[in-house]
Ligand binder design. Structure first.
Ligand SMILES: Cc1cc2nc3c(=O)[nH]c(=O)nc-3n(C[C@H](O)[C@H](O)[C@H](O)COP(=O)(O)O)c2cc1C
Length: 308
């Protein structure tokens, strides 16, 4: 079984990837999306979103990190894919799942699920441009408004030569509302022979098992669940017990050592507050502590509170 750490824009940056892959259980990370419009982006854009490129494109614990691109122009995506791979990204992931209005309005992300032919053109252009030994993966939802095109989309992605397909088992219209329709992944598997990764609504080891049974997929991607329970991948893969609240607090304290000073000291307080929103789901203690945490503005005070 392989477990991929999901891309999460504004949440899972290189520091979070470092932290979560140290906790372990992940085989691959996908970066937050790099937005591609009509230009070849400078190397610094890729390094900013994926500093691991300067370090062999692996996290400090050795887990590969693949760059994700989001856009609608096959040729510009292909050129930027080549650049990302030249900078060291182990393959390219293409985002066809982003529900953000601003992104969809400019024909990026999930809105392309209405256009199987465009999916085909994009993946084909990227596949043709990137060296054969570098995988091209795509990430989709089940559709935009509904699931009517999902099999056609999966077929287009397959015909275009994608090496891997991740399916977030909800439509754009479903947003992030439970449930995730894992059974749809089993239907997709009937029309494609490329490996599939099942994604959506996996919060504990039982969910993971149920997802595997319903989707017929061994390989999983987890996002919010890994923030709610930092060792979720280990509980799924290696039967570890869920991390205790005490251990989780220690992890949060060690995260303070990751402060980005150029961010005027706000990085840690902001990210910890964001992280607590996910932790509240798993740990009742986080809910209580958040009341205090909300009032704190600097890292030292937060670390002091976490150490109590
Ligand atoms: C805050 C946030 C940011 C996300 N950013 C991305 C992104 O940049 N690229 C992408 O393909 N998916 C993105 N996603 C979707 C996740 O990768 C994943 O498909 C989704 O959260 C469902 O999986 P989960 O239930 O395990 O969280 C994002 C999701 C959230 C909640």
């Amino acid at each position: 079984m392989k477990i991929v750490l999901a891309p999460m824009e504004g949440v899972v940056d290189h520091l979070m990837r470092d932290m979560l892959t140290r906790v372990g259980g992940f085989d691959l990370c996908i970066t937050e999306f790099v937005r591609v419009v009509e230009q070849l982006l400078p190397a610094k854009t890729f390094y900013r979103l994926c500093p691991e490129l300067r370090n062999g494109a692996v996290t400090s614990s050795g887990v590969p990190v693949r760059v994700q691109l989001l856009g609608q122009h096959p040729q510009w995506l292909a050129e930027n894919a080549v650049r990302a791979v030249e900078l060291g990204s182990p393959g390219i992931d293409l985002n066809f799942g982003c529900p953000a209005k601003t992104v969809n309005k400019s024909r990026g992300g999930a809105v392309l699920l209405k256009e199987p032919e465009t999916l085909y053109q994009i993946i084909k252009a990227v596949r043709d441009a990137v060296p054969k030994d570098q995988p091209v993966s795509a990430k989709i939802r089940l559709g935009f408004d509904d699931t009517s095109l999902v099999l056609e989309n999966a077929d287009a992605i397959t015909q275009a030569g994608a090496d891997l397909l991740t399916v977030h088992a909800r439509t754009k219209a479903d947003g992030y509302r439970p449930p995730a329709y894992w059974e749809w992944i089993a239907k997709i598997k009937e029309v494609t022979d490329i490996p599939i990764i099942a994604n959506g609504e996996i919060w504990n080891a039982e969910d993971a098992l149920l997802c595997q049974q319903r989707s017929g997929c061994q390989n999983l991607m987890i996002g919010r669940g890994a923030l709610a329970m930092p060792n979720l991948a280990q509980t799924i893969k290696n039967n570890h017990a869920p991390m205790s609240w005490q251990q989780t607090k220690e992890l949060l304290v060690s995260y303070s050592g990751y402060e980005i000073y150029s961010d005027k000291g706000r990085y840690y307080p902001n990210r910890i507050k964001q992280w607590f929103n996910y932790l509240k789901r798993q740990y009742p203690e986080a809910e209580a502590m958040f009341v205090e945490l909300r009032k704190l503005k600097n890292a030292d005070d937060i670390v002091r509170m976490l150490a109590t």
